[in-house]
Design a protein around this ligand. Sequence first.
Ligand code: WT7
Length: 635
Amino acid sequence: MHKKDGMYYPSEEIAEGAHVNSEHIYKEAENDPVKFWEDRAREIDWREEWETSFIHKPPYFEWFLGGKLNITESFLDKNKDSDKTAIIFCPNSPDEEERKISYRELYREVNRFSNALKRMGVRKGESVGIYLPMIPEAIFALLACARIGAMHAVVFSAFSPSALRVRMQDVGARVLITADGFSRAGEFIELKKQADEGIKDTSVEKMIVVKRGSNEIDFTEKDVWYHEIIKEESEECPAEIMDSEDPFFVLYTSGSTGKPKGVLHACGGYAVQAKATGKLIFDLKGSDVFWSTADIGWITGHTYTVYSPLLNGATLLLFEGVPNWPEPDRFAKIIEKHKVTAFYTAPTAVRMLKTQLGDFQRELDSLRILGSVGEPIDEDSWEWFYKIVGKERCPLVDTWWQTETGGILMSSLPGVGPFKPTFAGRPFPGVKFKVYDEDGNEMPPNKEGDLVILPPFAPGMLRGVYKNDEKYREEYFSVFGEEVYYTSDTAYYDEKGLFRIVGRADDVIKVAGHRLSTGELENAISKHEDIVECAVVGIKDEIKGEAPVAFVVSNSGKDSDDLVGEVKKMLMSEIGPIASLKQVYIVPDLPKTRSGKIMRRIMKKIFSGEDLGDLSTLANPESVDGLKEEIQKGQ
Ligand code: WT7
């Protein structure tokens, strides 16, 4: 790599070996984006070719109409006789034996699971809940659903029973796949117990339980063991042939309101984008060992921990544990041992490792490419990742995308560059990003505004919000009209056309890269009977990027330490450990406008030290002093 004008460019050696190393592909895609995606679509296996590549009926759009496929055929059937390793599984404990699963074994395992699901009556178009830790069976579960045309609806295994419940209620799954229990770092999690609690008042009537923890569980009539139901099943299961626009999966994510949205993706377009972005952005080849550290509970876990590396015929690494347990060099040891070639993680992990490892010396010479995702990465962490981990050899791709976009839509390509710390980089070929002012006028370079995407968008983007068309229109296609996709991010671009993401324009916060809405947290806190009113804001956190703090108004004379503890517990049980509050402030009153709107902006500014501006428009300006006082006490 070499540096020029504050930007990094790939060395000749990297460029020469890369799938893409010239501007050519950008020009081609700009002239005819639909053709660019058609060419990418030809790189996956179709049973029948599509008739129409793209139609736009705002706010809806469709890709590869009439095309027929099953995503699993592009990697399972294709490699069914191959002994090449598909999955390297590294368990939580470094003392437990690792497991390697070949493409041949993966084909068989998935088919047996597919047959078992069918025997239980699971049909095409139905949704199946998945609540599993990072174990190979989680991948088998995803792929078995895909194979039979059922929609998987994965719920992050660290979500609480209540969080599982609202998602299952919305998606209406009949079957939930879970595990008895598992260890994460030094802690044991009784997952089945949580699942039993979470499916109360839902449509779930059957549970498939993977044996992972060997803990004692309450096993009832509705339960079956995974290893028992697949035992007698055949290793062949013909793939259900899907229409390109058939729904593929649902994944819940946080929006501006308290209720999570079921983001819906389509079979054909998702597969095309997952394959193409992995190939072009991570330069994936059959010889790669690709490690995306994201949990399957998130979109990155779907697209880059599972589908993209498989579609590209690479070996994927699946890690059950956490970056710094039992020692901070756990990630490094895994990279070294398994000769990981491309490593994709989140800024929060980089910040934690930087703090704990400093300028540690390890060769890590198998690495070719580094990637970052989930939130803006600060310059210091970027440089540390690039120098200490990548040894100034590896392109560091900062990849911007969202649950809704299905795959990466912004990142400089490793063989082309340039890479500029804190900038996500260039739009992916064929994708039209703009920055708008509030009236929808295009902003010139270096001016901040709303980040939007113009047609033809990209094939992997969402097709709807599950059972909620209104929400789809309202959240994504109303701010600038039905033809403009609104990202909810603010951004600007420089003279070179590199984009920098500034942050979210809505009440979504990114806690260790995980997306949470402050409204969701407020709903949970409000369930406490002693709380009259509350407001949650995200404040800066050294490691997590952002962390939530809560202001609560209580009508009880309860001891404040007790109340703080109860509020924290409330969030733990309603959402899970990712919602853990950095601080809880008990205050007499929250700042409000005369119409009663809580002014979260003011609370944020007290923390950042920014000027609070004119407070005279508030109905209760004196409330601000109360807040300041409480914050000072807490520091
Ligand atoms: C939001 C989407 C899909 C990846 C995982 C997150 C922020 C994502 C970047 C980046 C700056 C980023 C945006 C976006 N974001 N990647 N490289 N640089 N910000 O998916 O949970 O749906 O969150 O994450 O704010 O809107 P998600």
